[in-house]
Design a protein around this ligand. Structure first.
Ligand SMILES: [Fe+2]
Ligand SMILES: [Fe+2]
Length: 367
């Protein structure tokens, strides 16, 4: 994702942080700020306080009313299926499933604390209410995943993470692009897994996947909220900002593609071909984001996928080159990084689709 300055939350002293050796592997993994792992964000709260949703008031009130109804209030309750014995799970699958859960809980919790912080730091009643209910949802999601991690004795220490993880600063418009995309990609990922397992229940190796259908409706609503915020401030969808939107689309898609290909056995255990899974998720996300983004990447063009695949292959070879070490390994690694940079530039400069302006950008989650 877009690299920028990082800050610690105000009031955190390093003396307050628990010692590293007391942490389990999941908390340590969740704390990592590697290029592919989910990050925590902070932003310009004063600018967010000035947001005016008057231009989209009717749509906004409808959406907020839906948030108030809280349709998933009783959804995140576990049943007896979670008490089953999972100790017979293949160790490699167990490892990748836990990695998937750790990365998901980090992403959910990242939303929870960013939205809670926005609610705390602004006075604007519209913004306070919206971010309050979205934080509520993300907290539920994170708690539900962490409960499953606890079953495997590897729950992430979320309060530690709040203090210890680095916070990446994004100005508000970048927060909108990035979170709008990540909410919709979250929706697309969860619904694609859910629909696939409906057809192939033999691959349902854990009950948590059964919760994904209602769960992803929350993510869809969050995406709609960011769509409204951007539509209320149309300048951030125009002019040079279109170049930033293209950048964020590519950064988010490429990160997901590479991350999933590193963890391909997990998707294979679910009965997916990882290329096909990522292609479907990215194409669905692209369809949804055309609701407000003025441009879409050419995700129907086979060349787009050839280049993405090249980046994923380079990344796999990169790990091997680095492990082999020595001058040869370093040279190979440099070559692979250069190839990735080249492929990203080629992807970024591919012809984009210009999306027509929609007077009413609201969508229905019909997938
Ligand atoms: Fe969520
Ligand atoms: Fe969300």
């Amino acid at each position: 994702m877009y690299p920028t300055q990082t800050t610690m939350p105000i009031g955190t002293r390093t003396s307050e942080l628990p010692r590293q050796r007391e942490l389990n592997e999941s908390t340590v993994a969740a704390q990592q700020d590697a290029a592919l792992s989910p990050r925590f964000y902070t932003t310009d709260f004063a600018a967010m306080d000035k947001l005016d949703v008057t231009p989209v008031r009717a749509m906004w009130d409808e959406l907020v009313a839906e948030f108030r109804r809280d349709p998933n209030k009783d959804h995140f309750k576990r049943n007896a299926e979670f008490d089953a014995d999972f100790s017979g799970m293949d160790p490699k699958l167990r490892h990748q499933f836990i990695e998937f859960l750790v990365s998901s809980v980090t992403a959910e919790f990242s939303g929870c604390i960013l939205y809670a912080e926005i609610k705390k730091r602004v006075k604007n009643p519209d913004i306070r209410e919206l971010f309050g209910v979205m934080s509520r949802d993300e907290g539920r999601h994170a708690g539900f995943i962490n409960h499953t991690l606890k079953d495997f004795n590897v729950a992430v220490d979320l309060s530690f993470l709040t203090k210890a993880k680095k916070y990446t600063y994004f100005q508000p418009k970048f927060i909108y692009y990035a979170t709008y995309l990540s909410e919709n990609i979250g929706y697309a990922r969860y619904i694609t897994i859910f629909r696939h397992l409906q057809k192939h229940p033999e691959h349902q190796f854990h009950p948590i996947f059964k919760w994904f259908e209602n769960w992803c409706q929350d993510e869809f609503r969050h995406g709609e909220a960011f769509a409204m915020l951007m539509r209320a401030n149309p300048d951030i969808l125009k002019g040079r900002n279109k170049l930033w939107i293209r950048f964020f689309l590519l950064a988010v898609f490429a990160t997901m593609y590479v991350r999933d290909h590193v963890r391909h056995e997990f998707y294979e255990a679910l009965g997916f071909d990882v290329d096909d899974y990522d292609q479907r998720v990215i194409q669905l996300t692209s369809t949804i984001t055309a609701q407000v983004f003025p441009v879409s990447l050419p995700v129907e063009n086979p060349m787009f996928w050839t280049r993405m695949k090249q980046i994923a292959n380079n990344t796999a070879s990169l790990t091997k080159a680095r492990e082999s070490g020595g001058i040869g390994g370093r040279l190979r690694a440099a070559g692979l990084l250069a190839s990735n940079a080249y492929q990203l530039i080629r992807l970024y400069t591919m012809r984009v689709t210009q999306n027509a302006y929609r007077a009413d950008p609201r969508m229905v989650p019909v997938w």
